[in-house]
Write a protein that binds this ligand. Structure first.
Ligand code: AOF
Ligand code: ZN
Length: 366
């Protein structure tokens, strides 16, 4: 049984926000709860960019009960005119008594001003209730709004000896169905999915979100420095989601023209033999992509790691050992001489899914 206190109501605001993960684009997920004299009178969630913020939905539901109420919001109420008016102003107009906030809004246009506006109007503000959970929930938004770069999650599915295919290239299936459902949930929650052209050549995947209920498919990003992608590839022809190719100035111009004519966007990322992944992420950020799920292969995963461009790894392991000196591995890069230089992960989470194991962690970039 839960004790009824500030955390109890904030937990509800966070639960609602969590369910909207994946559908707010570059915006954060936010939940709001209005409580008057011990009664829940308003609930709201920010659903999509350009639609009302969480507080507005919750206050609309509360109606005249908003006056004298306590409002729980999982993110500091905004103080600026964006696509919608400032929530702090609305809370003041409604004469709420107290506002409880989980975490401050790192958006430079807000950054403490929302809380200050409320306090200056005599509203009691308590900040930091379930702060850690709120920060974790909006880690993609926080990275994007403070750096302009998308949040990068690498997902791998490998044998226990770290192989993503056998020496002959066979990879169907390594992980179990439960793991694959989680992967599709990850796809729903990212704005874009990234693979190398070798994956397209080897597997011709759809890279869409397929769950037991409808999900959101991410934009498909193909890293293809020489434009080797077959014109028959599903991602170029199925119209199931947008496809963007990340390439270089060295790519064949005739192929580039063909792809452009067929509605495929090309983004040029340097004139080296390989796509400059740092430049790629910068340009994706500029185009409003705030999160990228990387599904390999090993060379892209390795290059991203070496470039310190990774924010999170989600590693699925199946209880198999396949061996093969040249069988593809999840992370291919030069590596480090000493164990003390190895990339370590913090905030490790381990989950068992049937006979598979999912390990999540945040790489430490010192
Ligand atoms: C809130 N409550 O529910 C959300 C907030 O373009 P707009 O008008 O949607 O504003 C987006 C910014 O507002 C976003 O970057 C973040 O700082 C804040 N989001 N704030 O008070 C909400 N979604
Ligand atoms: Zn707002």
């Amino acid at each position: 049984m839960n004790v009824i206190d500030d955390e109890y109501y904030m937990g509800l605001a966070l639960d609602m926000a969590e369910r909207a993960l994946g559908q707010t684009g570059v915006n954060p997920v936010v939940g709001a709860v209005v409580v008057k004299d011990g009664v829940l009178v308003g609930l709201g969630t920010h659903l999509q960019r350009g639609t009302p913020h969480a507080e507005v939905h919750a206050l609309n539901m509360a109606g005249s009960n908003a006056e004298g109420s306590t409002v729980y919001v999982s993110l500091e109420p905004c103080s600026h005119y964006g696509l919608t008016p400032p929530c702090a102003e609305r809370l003041i107009q409604e004469k709420v008594k107290r506002v409880v906030v989980a975490c401050e809004d790192p958006n430079p246009q807000v950054a403490g001003r929302g809380i200050a506006m409320l306090q200056n109007s005599g509203i009691e503000v308590k900040a930091g209730v379930l702060r850690e959970r709120a920060i974790k929930l909006n880690r993609k938004f926080i990275k994007f709004i403070s750096t302009g770069l998308p949040y990068v999650t690498i997902k791998t599915a490998s044998t226990l000896d770290g192989k993503i295919a056998s020496k002959t290239g066979d990879s169907k299936w390594i992980s179990n169905e439960g793991s694959r459902e989680l992967v599709h949930t990850l796809r729903h929650r990212h704005q874009a999915i990234m693979v190398g052209v070798s994956t397209i050549i080897a597997d011709d995947p759809q890279l869409t979100t397929r769950l037991s209920v409808p999900g959101l498919s991410p934009i498909r990003l193909i890293v293809d420095s020489k434009l080797r992608i077959p014109t028959t590839a599903k991602v170029l022809n199925d119209n199931l989601a947008k496809t963007v190719i990340l390439t270089t100035e060295q790519a064949d111009q005739n192929k580039a023209a063909y792809l452009t004519e067929h509605g495929i966007q090309l983004i040029y990322c340097g004139d080296n033999a390989q796509v400059d992944l740092q430049l790629a992420l910068k340009q994706l950020g500029q185009q409003g992509i705030s999160s990228v799920l990387v599904e390999g292969g090993g060379h892209i995963n390795g290059s991203l790691l070496q470039g310190k461009l990774v924010d999170e790894v989600v590693l699925f392991f199946a209880p198999k050992l396949i061996g093969g000196v040249n069988a593809p591995s999840s992370f291919v890069f030069d590596g480090y001489d000493l164990m003390q230089d190895a990339i370590s992960l913090r905030e490790m989470e381990v989950e068992q899914i049937g006979d598979n194991i999912c390990i999540r962690g945040i790489p430490v970039w010192s």
